[in-house]
Design a protein around this ligand. Structure first.
Ligand code: BJW
Ligand code: ZN
Length: 246
């Protein structure tokens, strides 16, 4: 066995409470593009401030709507990969396992995870940008060039995701902080660690005495905190970590 994997197995073996923070990289092998990867990342082609901020939505609601509806179609076509399935298996093996994700897709749930904390919302849910009321969006409305209008106030309907400058759902962030404060081991998988407050969670875990295991093909700002770094794709490394031959 690769010595880093053996070290990570040893940490997990000695941990009663395990938590995990995932980012876009865990869905990359399902064909869902990441944000910041230089060649394939969504932001190699698009400006984040125009697409993922309240100001961008105010400036051009149609552009933002069309971008999100194209991404939603991609998420619905995608299938969970071996990394998602291994994390669902971890929930079965470690009672109290907490899965915290920055992803707005539902691939963790479709792989069998039942208790997922979504920090940045859900791309398949919708609410009014002005009055906040929840809305169902009909399938044909998804293909409209402009967002549907709120029946209550006439405002623009938007996906229920968290944009730059917006606060994270309080209950999700509180649950995430509680989980990383209590765990014995935290897995940090497929995130660049550039977006706050999610990027603070590994530091909170470390300060509370947890061991930190990173799974990412590339080092990043969170790598300095890690006890063990596994360099490679999570769809290959996670099954190896659990000894599941996929
Ligand atoms: C693989 C792989 C494979 C590839 N296997 N791995 C403190 C300091 C500085 C700034 C701030 C701060 N606190 C708040 C801010 C402002 C801001 C922020 O963080 N800015 C920084 C960018 C500088 N944060 C906010 O605005 C947040 N709100 C907030 O803090 O509210 C309070 C407040 C308000 C106003 C002022 C101050 C405080 C909200 C953040 C919302 C982020 N939203 C997005 C879009 C969501 C909707 C959507 O999906 O469109 O969330 S941005 C985007 O980034 C998305 C992601 O969830 C998030 C993180 O990205 P992630 O997952 O890490 O993806 P990538 O692409 O960056 O990385 C992929 C990784 O995978 C790479 O490392 C690859 O190597 C790896 N990889 N293949 C494993 N096969
Ligand atoms: Zn409204």
């Amino acid at each position: 066995m690769n010595p880093s994997i053996a070290a990570a197995v040893e940490i997990l073996h000695n941990s009663a409470l395990v938590a995990c923070l995932t980012g876009a990289g865990v869905s990359a092998e399902s064909g869902v593009p990441t944000f910041r990867d230089a060649q394939t990342g969504l932001w190699a082609r698009y400006d984040p401030q125009r697409l993922a901020s309240p100001q961008g939505f105010a400036d051009d609601p149609g552009l933002v709507w069309r971008w999100y509806m194209a991404r939603l179609a991609g998420v619905e076509r995608a299938m969970p990969n071996a990394g998602h399935r291994a994390l669902a298996e971890m929930e079965r093996r470690w009672p109290g396992f907490a899965l915290i994700t920055q992803n707005v897709d539902d691939l963790h749930e479709r792989a069998g995870s039942t208790n997922v904390i979504h920090l940045h919302g859900n791309i398949a849910r919708f609410h009014c940008h002005d009055c906040g009321s929840s809305h169902n969006v009909q399938i044909e409305e998804r293909t409209f060039p402009q967002p549907p209008r709120c029946a209550l106030c006439g405002g623009n309907i938007r996906p229920s995701v968290v944009w730059f400058g917006e606060t994270l759902p309080h209950s999700s962030l509180a649950a995430a902080v509680a989980a990383v404060s209590a765990c014995d081991a935290l897995l940090v998988i497929g995130t660049s660690g550039l977006v706050y407050p999610a990027a603070e969670l590994p530091l909170i875990a470390k300060r509370a005495g947890s061991r930190v295991i990173e799974i990412n093909p590339e080092p990043g700002p969170l790598s300095v905190l890690t006890d063990v770094a596994l360099r490679g794709p999570s769809g290959e490394l996670l099954p190896q970590l659990l000894g599941i031959g996929e």
